[in-house]
Design a protein around this ligand. Structure first.
Ligand code: CA
Length: 226
């Protein structure tokens, strides 16, 4: 089955070129020309990846991403104007997986897409993890605490998944970077701490439970009831 990509882009010419190139590569592409349409398509259907322009009519790409991330961890690559640093920052805050700066070479876009899709498969076994009140259903990409859904970004989901997979074992920041981030990621190990903080905010703090423990000087661990 071809992998399905949703392209949300209002520049018609660019959208058509990208659609054509992705089609050659064997992807099935659905297009949306404004943020509102993009969001409703993204919520209504299962895509393997979303390419999301930031400057969009109706609803900005950042707003689409913010709303999408309440319930979905689908990989999202943002398409940004050159040097729009603040766009990148807010996009990251809302859980974008990667960026491509316009104008881009199609080869670069394809490489980013392949990396994001490969990455999305890292955890795609038919696994269901449980730890106390927390449950992670990997094939459904769902996390719940006592039955209440937790909206995680793809990165947060993968990070939590890796920790749950290694339940009871202390994992180092380097191990997490290697297994949860892309091999060529150069953000440094404090990136891991930042994402652990995101996870704790959404799970430990939000539900008043103690899920992720820090092992000082070593890394992190998730354990069953101590
Ligand atoms: Ca645009």
């Amino acid at each position: 089955m071809p992998q399905r990509i949703l392209l949300v882009e209002d520049e018609e010419k660019l959208a058509r070129v990208v659609e054509l190139e992705l089609g050659y590569e064997g992807y099935e592409v659905t297009k949306a020309a404004d943020g509102r349409e993009g969001l409703s398509l993204a919520l209504a259907d299962d895509y393997d990846l979303i390419l999301l322009d930031i400057m969009l009519p109706q609803l900005s790409g950042i707003e689409v991403l913010r709303r999408l991330r309440k319930s979905s961890s689908v990989p999202v690559i943002m398409l940004t104007a050159r040097d729009a640093v603040s766009d990148k920052v807010s996009g990251l805050d809302y859980g974008a997986d990667d960026y491509v700066t316009k104008p881009f070479e199609i080869e670069e876009l394809l490489a980013r897409i392949r990396a994001a899709l490969r990455h999305g498969r890292a955890l795609s076994e038919s696994e269901v993890f449980e730890c106390g009140e927390l449950k992670m259903d990997v094939p459904r990409r769902e996390v719940t605490v006592n039955g209440t859904a937790v909206g995680l970004t793809k990165r947060e989901f993968d990070l939590l998944g890796y920790l749950l997979k290694n339940k009871g074992i202390v994992v180092t920041r380097e191990q997490l970077l290697e297994n949860v981030w892309d091999f060529d990621f150069d953000g440094g190990t404090n990136t891991v701490d930042v994402y652990i903080r995101f996870l704790r905010g959404k799970i430990d703090d939000a539900f008043g439970i103690k899920l992720i423990s820090t092992v000082r000087g070593v890394g992190y661990v998730i354990k069953d009831e101590q």
